[in-house]
Write a protein of this length. Structure first.
Length: 205
């Protein structure tokens, strides 16, 4: 069994290491095409989120300034949520489960020491995007939520996160996306002025 090489600020093993190991062993026996899809989802899910953000901008071109402001702010909201998550990781400093547990080969290469586990970055990003998109278009937000749930599940399946990493990532991402998405609507006057200027073709139908 691998041992952490740095003092632990938070040791996630007593929380749900048994569940993690059961999921890891189950994932080892998935059909090869499904294992490949699960491993690829971390990239595909982020690309699909980017597509949803573009659709949110496109649909908001016929809406009022507040809705357009929220649509334009989604990438910024995601970036701020990621920054907050990175700061939280540096405080909690939980090693990846694949580094400290006697797990089998993981579907994704185990990150190196110092690449902390709690919360899950990927989960934070997609949940923040989904929550922010919900303020723009409920259908896009619902699709984003499906992507986010799939992202969280696959981060455990590939072996690089505990379930509690994903749960906290979902809470952090959803809270940040919802609150920042609402606040971004206050930039409506800026959008209205931009619509009357050189950005008119990008901000109106």
């Amino acid at each position: 069994m691998n041992r952490p090489t740095v003092p632990l600020a938070f040791d996630g093993r007593p929380v749900d290491d048994g569940l993690y190991l059961r999921i890891d062993r189950w994932a080892e026996h998935l059909p090869a095409p499904l294992r490949d899809l699960v491993a690829l989802w971390s990239t595909v899910g982020l690309l699909l989120l980017a597509v949803l953000m573009l659709l949110g901008w496109w649909r908001a071109r016929t809406a009022d300034g507040a809705l357009m402001a929220r649509a334009l702010a989604v990438p910024l909201v995601v970036t701020l949520a990621f920054a907050a998550d990175t700061l939280l990781k540096s405080v909690l400093r939980e090693p990846r489960p694949c580094r400290v547990l006697d797990a089998g080969p993981t579907l994704e290469a185990c990150p190196g020491a110092g690449d902390w586990s709690l919360p899950s970055n990927h989960t934070v990003i997609v949940f923040a995007g989904a929550a922010a998109l919900w303020q723009v278009d409920r259908r896009l937000g619902s699709l984003g939520l499906l992507l986010a749930v799939a992202m969280g599940l696959t981060r455990v399946l590939v072996g690089v996160h505990y379930p509690h990493d994903v749960l906290l990532g979902a809470l952090v991402g959803a809270a940040a996306g919802h609150l920042l998405g609402l606040l971004s609507g206050r930039a409506a006057p800026l959008v209205d002025r931009a619509r009357a200027g050189g950005l008119r073709r990008w901000l109106t139908a």
